[in-house]
Every structure is written in C-alpha cells, then in structure tokens.
Design a protein around this ligand. Structure first.
Ligand code: ADP
Ligand code: F6P
Length: 324
C-alpha cells in the first residue's frame, strides 16, 4: 500500500541554477492541484536542519518563472553526509507533517534525498545544475541559460582578441565536467577547448596550434578552458612567453549561474517540476526525474547515481577542424 501523501516539502540544494524558480512554481501549483499541501524549505538541507520551513500557496510562486536564482535559497551542508544528521532531518520532516520532499539539485543533493528516503521520507529528485553532469538525464535545468550567458561573453572577448591580435583563454564553470566548455567552444568557434574528460595536459600542442594559426594569418586565438582544468592565468603567462603573442585570461565565474532563464530552462523546469509533484503525490519515492530519448521519465536514485556518461569524441574534435 503506497504511503498517503498529504503534505510535501520542496528544497533547492547545491549550486543554484536558472530555472529552479520555474521548477518550484510547477511543484507548488501541481501539488496543490493534486490536493496536497506544500512547505518550502529554505537554504537546502541546512535550512531543513534549522527548521526554516514555510507554508506555500499558489500565490507565493507568482511572478518568479522568469527570475534566476531560487526564492528558497540554497546552501551546501557537509554535515548532511552524517547518518545521525540525516535521521534528525527525517524527524524534523515528521514533526512538520512532511510526508515527502522534492529535491532540486545535482548528484550530491540526490544522495541527501536517498538518505532521507532510507529514513522513511518519500523523496524525488529533479536535475538542477548548470553543469549537465547528471548521467541519467540528457538535460539539467540551468544548462541552456548558462551556456548562452557564457557564449555571449566569449563573443565579446573574441572581438577584442581580434582587435589586438591576442590569444585569449576564457575559463567557464562546470566543476569537474566539460559540457559548458564543449558547447561554448563549438558555438564560439574556439581554436582550442580544454576539458577534464579529454585534456592531455600537453601545453606544447596548444602553443604549436597558436603559432601555426598565426602563420595562416589568423588574428585571434580563443581557448575555452573548463574550470576542472583551471589555472587560466598562469597558462596565459606560459603561452605568451612561449609564443611572443599577448595572451590574456578571463574567468567568467558566477555570471553563468544567474540571469533570466531561457525558454528551454523554463519549459524543462515546468515539466520536470510537475512530473515530480505527480509521482510524489502518487506515493513514489527514491526516484529522480530526467529527460532521455525524447521523453521525461523517472529512475531509481541508486540506479541513476550508478549511471555514467561520456563526452562524444566526435563532438570534442569537431571544433578543432571547424576553427582551422
Ligand atoms: P550538487 O547537488 O549540485 O551535486 P553538492 O555536491 O554540493 O551539489 O551537494 C549539495 C548538498 O547535498 C551538500 O551540501 C550536502 O548537503 C548534500 N550531499 C552531498 N553529498 C551527500 C552525501 N553523500 N550524502 C548526503 N548528503 C549529501
Ligand atoms: O555545480 C554548479 C557549480 O556552478 C559548478 O559549475 C561550480 O564549480 C560550483 O558550482 C561552484 O560552487 P560554489 O557556488 O559553492 O562556489
């Protein structure tokens, strides 16, 4: 017999991502539409432990679909990896009458959700991270907004790179995943794309590529560097010393985490939020929502966390050919 769900909680966890508010809006309105009450949990698992819990009505998510960030706030909470802290958090849920929780975040947040499920709180995860590094889904909320923000910034750097006939290294986010760097590298026509999944750390190859392109008459050289490799400023100094070409580094940083979510992020967030609310209200638990093979679906959290995905060798190599 599935557990009866009368009240659910929603929280955002880990790095924030544009579109999280659209997901929160969908969860609140779909759950209330299903006859279930909703409580917002502020600041991720830290807020849960501090009992920063608010009732949410349909009106509380008005006029947020277009806003970046998360109205609930988010946080990282390392103590949540501890068993007794997880058990205490489940007790807090029961104290507040919360039968199930939807967690919007990445892999780490899913492990927190898995822990709550072990302690009797039904949980559903939604992929909310700009990194696109959750293997069970082809899309994570925030990725499209982040890559468009980065792409527009890199276009601007490319203008000045040409004006000054420089080499420019632009470092993008992704923690240990290279998807933002790969997509922006291709979209910005980068001469080199450095991602942790593929980089051989042979800096001489980059130097040779710069010299060859300059001899061909190219007036700029764009290197998109994933933060998983990082050290862009010192890399710029070494490249300038070796080539004699002025080389500058730009760290895009946190602008990639904000901004008005794109249509794609609002759409995916709205569908995933609604989907998560429906399966939680039906009594499902320990599941994560994803987008795969053209469909929205849900997976067992453990199976999802054990999946792996690779960066396409073809996609990675195409940029070097197209930028020649
Ligand atoms: P993301 O969810 O984007 O991967 P993090 O890896 O920082 O971000 O995880 C976000 C939060 O999820 C952490 O601050 C912690 O509260 C919780 N968390 C991460 N890993 C675990 C784990 N193994 N067990 C329980 N909770 C975890
Ligand atoms: O996981 C999303 C992300 O933006 C990563 O791309 C980045 O490395 C990390 O969060 C930064 O974390 P914080 O906001 O805690 O500095």
């Amino acid at each position: 017999m599935a557990k009866e769900i009368k009240t659910i909680g929603v929280l955002t966890s880990g790095g924030d991502a544009p579109g999280m508010n659209a997901a929160i809006r969908a969860i609140v309105r779909k759950s209330i539409g299903n006859g279930v009450n909703v409580k917002g949990i502020k600041k991720g698992y830290q807020g849960l432990l501090n009992e920063e819990i608010i009732d949410m009505e349909k009106k509380d998510v008005s006029d947020i679909i277009q806003r970046g960030g998360t109205i609930l706030g988010t946080a990282r909470c390392l103590e949540f990896k501890e068993e007794e802290v997880q058990a205490h958090a489940a007790e807090i849920c029961r104290k507040h009458g919360i039968d199930g929780i939807i967690v919007i975040g990445g892999d780490g947040s899913y492990r927190g959700a898995q822990a709550l499920a072990r302690h009797g709180i039904n949980t559903i995860g939604i992929p909310g991270t700009i990194d696109l590094d959750i293997a069970c889904t082809e899309y994570t909320i925030g990725f499209d907004t982040a890559i468009n923000t980065a792409m527009q910034a890199i276009d601007k750097v490319r203008d000045t790179s040409s004006s000054h006939e420089r080499c420019n290294i632009i470092e993008v986010m992704g923690r240990n995943a290279g998807y933002i760097a790969l997509w922006c590298g291709v979209a910005n026509g980068a001469e080199d794309i450095l991602i942790p999944e593929k980089y051989d750390f042979n800096e001489q190859n980059i130097i040779n590529n710069i010299i060859t392109n300059r001899k061909r008459g190219k007036t700029h050289h764009i290197i998109v560097n994933a933060e998983g490799i990082g050290h862009s400023t010192s890399m710029a100094r070494r490249i300038e010393a070796a080539t004699g070409i002025e080389t500058r580094a730009t760290i895009l940083g946190y602008m990639q985490r904000g901004g008005n979510p794109t249509c794609k992020d609002r759409f995916y967030a709205s569908i995933m939020g609604s989907y998560a609310a429906d399966i939680l209200c039906e009594g499902k638990s320990n599941r994560v929502v994803g987008y795969r093979n053209g469909e929205f679906k849900d997976f067992d959290i453990e199976e999802a966390l054990n999946m792996h995905k690779e960066i396409s060798e073809y996609q990675f190599k195409v940029s070097k050919v197209l930028s020649q």
